[in-house]
Design a protein around this ligand. Structure first.
Ligand code: ADP
Ligand code: MG
Length: 257
């Protein structure tokens, strides 16, 4: 059983790609209402871990439980329905739609990048929202992310940072409990970066939980109260920013990058 307050529990997860061991018995938990950072040098297994948690890959061994329920074997859209979503890059089909249309579609459908497969076909827990309610939620979300002035703009015309805000907005439209962010600041200018991080903190105040992969160590140290360090497919260390920055094994792992 997953202890209360630790909704996500990853245990002894292994994943091999041919001869490459990407995950080699990784174990960690994510605390409810936290912003938890997942870091590690290149090739540590962070993206593979995200893909395993969100049902994109099936691990070879181990278990991944969300509120005690096994996620391994579930489809990405089922995991999204359970309340665990990740942000996805805006797919090409969606670039030809407006920001407003992108958000209108999200709760019914396509948060995935392979638009019609990794989908959350209905809002969480099988409740299909009425169009009017969706419209209201969409405008609220647009205003929250301060992209309401872009509602009529084609997604394909957005800047890197505006796209990231839209990606997060789309993920939120599915009414999640936990959001997995895979390098959400890549290609984002400093002004929008701050805005994006502010929104993450606002949402955490509202009770959302975040698992945050980011290459920029400083961003992780400043924004995450708990940090998990992966190395060679395993969890090397866990702790707060002070503990992690003083950890000899962590320093060594990064030096070898
Ligand atoms: P990170 O995101 O921490 O940089 P990854 O999860 O992308 O690490 O990769 C972990 C290891 O698994 C690396 O050695 C990488 O080359 C390998 N790997 C990841 N995905 C695949 C794949 N689809 N096929 C083969 N090897 C892969
Ligand atoms: Mg990666």
């Amino acid at each position: 059983q997953t202890p209360p307050g630790l909704p996500l529990r990853v245990e002894d997860v292994e994943k091999r790609f041919g001869g490459v061991t990407a995950l080699d018995g990784a174990t960690f938990s994510v605390e409810e209402g936290s912003i938890t950072g997942l870091i590690g040098p290149n090739g540590a297994g962070k993206s593979t871990m995200f893909d395993c948690i969100t049902g994109v890959h099936t691990p070879d061994a181990g278990s991944i439980r969300f509120h005690g329920e096994e996620l391994i074997g579930k489809e990405p859209y089922q995991i999204a329905q359970d309340g665990l979503v990740r942000t996805f890059q805006i797919a090409r089909e969606l670039e030809e739609m407006t920001v407003l249309e992108n958000l209108m579609l999200a709760p019914k459908g396509q948060i995935g990048e392979s638009a019609w497969r990794s989908v959350a076909p209905v809002a969480r827990r099988g409740v299909v929202k009425q169009e009017e309610q969706i419209r209201e939620d969409v405008w609220e979300t647009l205003e929250f992310f301060e992209i309401d002035h872009l509602a009529g703009e084609y997604a394909g015309n957005l800047s890197g940072g505006q796209r990231k805000l839209l990606e997060m907005a789309r993920a939120l439209m599915t009414d999640p409990e936990m959001v997995l962010l895979d390098e959400p600041l890549a290609g984002v200018n400093p002004t929008l970066e701050e805005k994006l991080l502010d929104r993450v903190h606002d949402l955490r105040e509202q009770g959302y939980t975040f698992l945050f992969v980011e290459h920029d160590m400083e961003v992780i140290m400043e924004n995450c109260e708990h940090i998990i360090v992966m190395h060679q497919g395993k969890v090397l260390a866990e702790g707060d920013a002070d503990e992690i920055s003083e950890n000899e094994q962590v320093i060594e792992a990064y030096l070898g990058e």
